[in-house]
Ligand binder design. Structure first.
Ligand code: SF4
Length: 462
């Protein structure tokens, strides 16, 4: 029987199929962080249970860490207590923990792949929606709730109902400057924020194969913003090359033997998906959002749609979004003042994003009218930015590099966008108040972020 990539990984991990019910799935790796794990550990303790396979759990502190002066005690009481609790729980249960200040600390979806913990063919979960990021390496990765985190801590298994399958194929070559962020914002603008609901998505086609592994992570990261359970991309030579020399997770793996097995992780010719979409890469422009969900996106040089062109069932939310954002239908965003620029998050906080940003601002100067937060996704990304001379270029242009963390992606730390202010952000969500109460978010890629950082307005980079 012909199988999809998803089928192959799913079938290899079913421990037990409950009659007319969900499957018990084995989980190869779970990532945890300070926000969604404390209750799970409390539940475990209350039931007198231990962590079943601590070597298959990896912890990091990311959501509410400060991005300045990380050597000082964390000022916020709740954040400090959550960070301490994570450290204690990991110590008590023998779990590897990359805490604040650790050389390998960073955002959970950045450190997992970069340290070699995420590999093709694995099942991966985390109490965090953007766990889908790890699908970029050919794994089946998805976010879970706190009670499910507890379940995996206790049993290394989870109950899951198999989702439907979708393939999104993008063929051809993208135009100059178009990045993975533009590709995914384009897809979501076409399919809507519920277009993937009930499905697990495989991305395929020449444009996807042309992306770097980091670009693939950006794409899979935001697959959940169209409602999908997760996104994945078949591993290829780029994946195998990316994994060579990764620091931790590969210690027990014979890479050449594993690579031969990983090569089988492709969708069989003739396998049938429940839904298929095909897009042309050359149709994809530089994208930006104008509204309060990631599906409200448009080409940066275009105009906000007029109400008459919006689906009548969405007219009310469209009007509400424009009111919140302070925009009018038919208006252009080019030239609109931006108060903040945020480069970072598990969507665009990797070294390639910093390289794109830096290559644009090199030799230019930061606009005095805009506050710019450049936040690396991990300590390794931060170190690499110094090693490659990117930090010097940024400093020469008037920017500074902060320290790693989720930062203004969800503003659980001090990095909050003030009420009513506009932030051009490379993160993944533009919901009302996501970057701070009353904040207004324009989602875009690192190139548009760089252009706004030097002009102070939404700009075409070229
Ligand atoms: S960067 Fe944002 S989306 Fe990613 S893990 Fe942190 S809070 Fe979640």
């Amino acid at each position: 029987m012909k199988k999809t990539l998803f089928d192959k990984i799913w079938d290899a991990h079913v421990v037990r199929q409950i009659d007319e019910g969900p499957s018990v799935l084995y989980i190869d790796r779970m990532y945890i962080h300070e926000v969604t794990s404390p209750q799970a550990f409390d539940g475990l303790t209350a039931r007198g249970l231990n962590v079943f396979r601590p070597a298959q759990i990896t912890a990091t502190a990311d959501h509410n860490v400060p991005t300045k002066n990380q050597h000082l005690p964390v000022r916020d009481d709740l954040s400090r207590s959550q960070l301490e609790k994570l450290a204690l729980n990991c110590r008590n249960h023998g779990i590897t923990h990359f805490g604040l200040g650790d050389d390998y600390n960073g955002i959970v979806h950045v450190i997992g792949p970069e340290l070699g913990y995420t590999r093709p063919g694995m099942t991966i979960v985390c109490g965090d929606s953007h766990t889908s990021t790890h699908g970029a390496l050919g794994s089946m990765a998805f976010g879970i709730g706190t009670s499910e985190v507890e379940m995996v801590l206790a049993s290394q298994c989870i109950l899951q109902t198999k989702p439907k399958s979708m393939r999104i194929t993008i063929e051809g070559e993208t135009a100059e400057g178009v990045t993975a962020k533009d590709i995914i914002l384009y897809i979501i603008s076409k399919l809507g924020t519920d277009g993937g609901t009930g499905y697990f998505v495989e991305f395929a086609g020449s444009a996807i194969r042309g992306l770097s592994i980091e670009g693939r992570m950006t794409l899979c990261n935001m697959s959940i913003e169209m409602g999908a359970r997760g996104g994945m991309i078949a591993p290829d030579q780029k994946t195998f090359d990316y994994l060579k020399g990764r620091k931790f997770g590969l210690a027990e793996v014979d890479l050449s033997q594993a690579t031969e097995k990983w090569k089988e992780l492709v969708t069989d010719e003739g396998a049938v998906f429940d839904k298929e979409y095909l897009f042309k890469a050359e149709d994809i422009p530089l994208m930006i959002t104008y509204g309060t969900n990631p599906g409200m996106g448009m080409p940066v040089n275009s105009s906000i749609p007029k109400t008459e062109s919006v689906d009548p069932s969405a007219a009310e939310s469209f009007a509400k979004a424009l009111k919140y954002m302070g925009f009018k239908e038919g208006e252009k965003l080019i030239g609109k003042k931006v108060d903040y620029v945020f480069l970072g998050s598990c969507t665009n906080g990797r070294i390639e994003d910093l390289r794109i940003f830096t290559s644009y601002v090199r030799g230019k100067k930061k606009s005095p009218d805009v506050e710019v937060w450049i936040v690396p996704g991990s300590k390794l990304v931060e170190q690499q930015a110094y090693d490659e001379g990117l930090v010097q270029i940024l400093n020469d242009a008037g920017f500074e590099l902060r320290q790693p963390g989720c930062s203004a992606c969800l503003a659980m730390n001090d990095d909050k966008i003030p009420e009513g202010k506009y932030c051009l952000s490379t993160s993944n969500r533009n919901f009302e108040g996501r970057q701070g109460p009353g904040s207004r978010t324009l989602l875009a890629g690192p190139l548009l972020a760089a252009a706004a950082a030097v002009t102070g307005v939404v700009s075409q980079p070229f």
